[in-house]
Each structure stands twice: as structure tokens, then as C-alpha cells.
Ligand binder design. Sequence first.
Ligand code: 2M8
Length: 430
Amino acid sequence: MKENLIKKAIEVLENNWQGGFTIPAQGLYPFQWKWDSGFIAVGYAHYDMQKAIKELETLLDAQWDNGFIPHIVFHNDSDTYFPGPDFHQSRLHPKASKKYRSTGMVQPPVLGFVLERMYDVAEDKSTILSHLDSLIDKVYDNHVYFYENRDIHNEGLVYIYHNWESGTDNSPMWDDIWPTMDSPDYEFERRDTTHVDPSQRPTKREYDHYLHIIEIAKQHGYDDAKIAEHSPFLVQDPLFNAMLLRSNEALIRLYGLLNRGVDEIAYLRSKHSLGIDSMNTKLFDENSGAYLHFDLRSNKLLPYISSSSFAPLHAGIPTKEIASKLVETLTNKFGDKGKLLCASFDPTHEKFNPKKYWRGPIWINMNWIVFQGLKRYGFKDLAERVRKDSIELVANHGFYEYFDCRKNHPNAYGGNNFSWTAALLIDLLH
Ligand code: 2M8
């Protein structure tokens, strides 16, 4: 089974390869997405390191002069996706790439630990180190961008200003934010709902909110300070910050292996320890037994547990005591016998929807993150359960975008032949 699955996963990646970068899925997502590219490079690393490197080189080629890496790079003029480059208008920002059009927002900073995984997987360590040598400073600049522009309270935690920056687009936690915004009823033509069942995607009203935040950012020329002041959406996300911290750790290790970067290491270390403290004092909530999102507008935690709540395990953020509490929450709320791990939203909550996008289904990238975290803390059985569930879902249903966690309702949803599902399955099978 293993060999056959790997063969099929490679086919998916090869079909989505555009000769320089990889699309997440045909039709539905026709451009290069930032965190998708990172996960995709992990898959390539196992069988074609040149492609892994090229994928990241292309993404980093679209980096802005201030270190910002955009969430979508629009390499072509596909009209199968909305909103495209004409809507986003990245060049309103004076430091935006002149070469590529992109969005003016980011996605979870996975690239540091992706480079590290490529190093660990590579057989020829000296060749991979020479490639990493030419990529690592760009990823470091991206971390500096975050800390210098998005850590507004100097606490080692960065904000996101849009739900698309979280990667978990229509998660129920954003439901509390939408009523605080007075979004217009825009007229636009959705494309996503022509590719997949509309009932599994965000609603028209949700898209109004998504577009409204971008309109506000555009009015301010995508200026970070102005966004921090005016965006109705401003959140410290435990997944996003855990990815940044895990990537800090990876960059520190890689600079060490490269035998350079003394100043860079010192900078990352100081931000890192501040960030770990703040994660545990500000984002960990005793009552929920989980890390939560902090809403900087209402100045309070959003009371929802999701798969993002467990991502800090991957970055070594929790103390042993907090890690045990997280595992208790994961087991009790997400892990009963009738469920596969790991739902993207608390299955015991009334807002849980097992079929709808980020409101409940299992995502393989989140499972990969949770698996790594559980393994890191020595929760071997639970880690293995997450790994096995992921493999079985794909073996039984195919390389879909998301999956139903209910054992008596086996199903797969969203886009098929989805790149990060294929790439991370390759990694989980090794
Ligand atoms: C989904 O998000 C895009 C917007 O970025 C969309 O729905 O149009 C999310 O699942 C996101 O996390 C992912 O990176 C992207 C491409 O796979 O699709």
C-alpha cells in the first residue's frame, strides 16, 4: 500500500507542477500560495530536491523589499479564481514586488522549518547546505518583517489582519468579529463555488467581510502601521505564532550548521524567548485547556478550541504541564471512539460542521503539525493515531482537500488531487 500511495502522491504533485512552482489544485487554486508551497517542498524533498528548491526560490523571488512574503503570487492571468490580482492591487504598497503581482497579505510562516526538513531529508548534506545558504537570509528577513511591523506591543507575538492570513479561512472563531464590522453587500462573481459544492464553502456574507477588510487595507496602501490602527480584524493567532516560533528555532539551527549568522541568531533568540512566554501567559487559557486566539480589537480571547490550539506543541512552546492539559483536551473533545483525528474545530461545540471547510473537517497539513507536536512531547500513541488516521483517509478516499472526521460518515470534500495532501502524505509515509 505504501509504495502505491507514494506513487499516486507523486502523480498529483507532478500534475500540479507548473515548471517553477506548484498550484494547490487545478481550477480551484490556480496560483502559488505561500504555506502550500512550503508543505509542497517537504513532499518534493523526498524524491526531487531540485524541485523543492525551485518551489521556494520562485516564492522568495516574489518577496517584497521589506521582507514581506505574500500569501498568493499571481504568476498567470487565470480567471478561475476570485479575487485575483486586479482586486488585490499589491502595488499600492511602495515596497511591493515590481516583478510579480500578489496579494497584500501573508500566510503562516512555515518556511524556516520547511528548510530544516529539507536539510534533514537530504542525503547529500553539503549540497543542500549550499542551497540553504542562498535561501535562509530571505526567510530571516521575513521574520524581521513580522517582528518589526506586526508585534505592536513588543511581546514577541505578531498579529494577522485578515482571516485569509490565518490559513483557516472560515473558522467559527471569526464569527464573533463579523458583527463588529459594517461590511457592504458587494456585487461580485465567486469562482470557488463553481469548482466545489457551495455548501462546503464560506457564505456570500462571509466573502463580503473578507473583501471589506482588504478594501480598508487598500485605502491605506497596505501600510502595516495604518492597518494595525484601522483594520477591524486584528488577531494574535496561536497557529500563526507557533509556526513563526517553530521556524525561528529552525533558522537558529540552520545558521549554526552554516557556521554564520551570529547577529541573526542573537536577534531570533531574543524574540523567540519573549514569544514563548507570551504564548503561555497570554494565549494559553486554563479553563479551555487550550491555546486560543487573542482579539486585539475587543482585547479578549476568542473562546473557541480548534486544531490551531494544538499547533504550539510543534514549536516546543508548552511546558510539560500545559502539554498534558492540551492532550487531555484533544483526547476528550476531539478523540472519542467515533472520530478520526483531528477535526479542525471542536466537535463538541454547536458551531462544529463536519463538512464545511475550516469549520470541522480534517486537514492533512494540520494533522501533520499536530503529529509532529505530539511526537516531540513523547505522546507516541496519540501521535501514531493522528498519522494512521491521515494515511487511511487518503488511502480510502483520495488526495482531497479535507475529510469528514466521523467514522460512520466517511467522506472527502473540497478540491481533489490537492497538492499539500499529497506532499505531506509522502512525508508521513517516510
Ligand atoms: C484556502 O484559502 C484560499 C484563500 O487563501 C481560498 O479559499 O480561496 C485555505 O485553505 C488556505 O489555507 C490555503 O492556503 C488555500 C490554498 O490551498 O486555500
